[in-house]
Design a protein around this ligand. Structure first.
Ligand SMILES: NC(=O)c1ccc[n+]([C@@H]2O[C@H](COP(=O)([O-])OP(=O)(O)OC[C@H]3O[C@@H](n4cnc5c(N)ncnc54)[C@H](O)[C@@H]3O)[C@@H](O)[C@H]2O)c1
Length: 391
């Protein structure tokens, strides 16, 4: 870390009729506080989790409290906070504290806090202003470039939600420097996904820049975050509800979400998506669509990102297959119980299936076999393991 303040850059994201600014800088807390101040909120409600509260959100809260009525609301860390019970509990607390239609909810944290605070902002008074201050790479480079807000049900991830655009996104890249390596890799997996699906022009740069130790400078993060946001903008500019071409951003998520849910919070989202992409590449290869070089590129990129192609401890293939039946993409196409709706690539940057909605129905038996091949190593067969490692 250099300790230098990086000039704040502005990107204006445009998703059909919705547009909002993303301000990106490093060591720019004063700038963030003054932009929030400009919103002239009747009160500010900062939502964070325990870790981010300790590291960053409390400092911002203290800065904001000097000039405005502000409250700090802290949820527990992790995916389990993305629940309807959290929405109801926080909304009740905020109403008791006097939140009104001119208040602003400020989400300071990763994708979990962003989605939770986003859903509350969408629901309270049928919609109040939301500002994102993303502190994970996933949130900064991916989830803030989306209008989707949701919480989970025990049956599946993101099953309860709606669309609500933020008023602004304010990114201080130095927040990303306190992330554990696993979280940085998790975010990079989403950037890899965006490059493989819609921004192939970033693939060479990405392959060179990826650091297996997950250490990046503020300047590296600036490039990575901007590339991630622009990749999403490319497609969502004409599909703000992410129901048509933008479904492609769910690449790797069919199996990834199931693994994430089965691991019950022990596996970061992007890591699970990375495993899901390996399975999707294998399925596509076996169907004769993606060639061996395309499949090998998936393994190389994820390997350079320090990922291990292995099912997380304690997660069984049966559990993953059962959760696949709840996948929220099934509703887009009429899938039989023995089919899984997946995004597949015919080549990097070329999604398979109908261009207006790139989903392919795949036999569940094939998906199971690919999960077993890619992620379940049989220690009794070391040759198999060696083959998989050197793809
Ligand atoms: N809306 C969308 O389009 C979209 C897109 C991608 C992901 N998501 C959602 O985002 C969630 C995953 O987000 P995530 O990976 O950011 O997870 P997260 O919000 O749970 O954060 C991961 C962990 O990192 C910690 N953390 C956050 N910032 C930190 C920092 N600066 N320093 C140290 N620790 C920090 C958090 O306390 C947490 O323990 C999932 O629920 C996923 O569904 C939504």
């Amino acid at each position: 870390m250099t300790g230098r303040t990086t000039p704040v850059r502005k990107l204006q994201l445009q998703f059909e009729g919705d547009t909002y600014p993303v301000w990106i800088g490093a060591r720019c807390l004063d700038d963030i506080a003054s932009r929030i101040g400009e919103l002239k909120a009747s009160s500010l409600h900062i939502v964070t989790d325990e870790t981010v509260g300790r590291l960053h959100a409390r400092t911002l809260f203290e800065r904001l409290s000097a000039d405005a009525t502000a409250r700090l609301w802290t949820v527990r860390d992790g995916e389990s906070a993305k629940s309807l019970a959290s929405v109801e509990g926080l909304a009740q607390d905020m109403v008791r504290a006097g939140i009104d239609r001119r208040s602003v909810i400020v989400a300071v944290g990763g994708g979990v806090v962003g989605n939770l605070a986003g859903l509350i902002a969408a629901l309270l008074f049928r919609g109040i202003r939301l500002v994102h201050v993303p502190t994970t790479l996933i949130a900064a480079a991916d989830s803030v470039a989306s209008l989707k807000q949701a919480v989970n049900l025990p049956q599946g991830k993101n099953l309860l939600g709606c669309f609500h655009a933020p008023t602004a996104v304010l990114i201080d890249l130095c927040h990303l420097q306190t992330l554990p390596a696993a979280q940085v890799r998790s975010g990079m997996a989403e950037i890899i996904k965006n490059a493989l699906t819609v921004a192939t022009e970033n693939l060479t740069l990405l392959e060179e820049a990826l650091s297996p130790s997950a250490s990046y400078s503020d300047a590296d993060f600036a490039l990575i975050v901007e590339a991630g946001l622009l990749a999403k903008q490319k497609i969502m500019a004409s599909d703000r509800l992410e129901r048509r071409q933008a479904v492609v951003f769910e690449y790797g998520h069919t199996v990834g979400h199931a693994i994430e849910l089965a691991a019950a919070g022990r596996v970061p989202h992007g890591e699970a998506v990375g495993l899901g992409m390996l399975v999707a590449a294998e399925v596509s290869f076996r169907l004769g669509r993606l060639n061996a070089a395309g499949r090998a590129l998936h393994h190389r990129l994820l390997d350079r990102n320090g990922a291990v192609a292995r099912m997380p401890d304690g997660v069984t293939v049966d559990a993953v297959m059962a959760l696949l039946r709840m996948d929220n993409k099934r509703g887009y196409v009429a899938a039989r119980p023995d089919q899984v709706a997946m995004i597949l690539l015919d080549a990097p940057g070329v999604p398979g299936g109908p261009s207006e909605q790139p989903l392919t129905l795949v036999d569940a038996a094939l998906v199971r076999s690919c999960i077993e091949d890619c992620l379940v190593r049989d220690v009794a067969h070391p040759k198999e393991e060696a083959k998989l490692c050197h793809l």
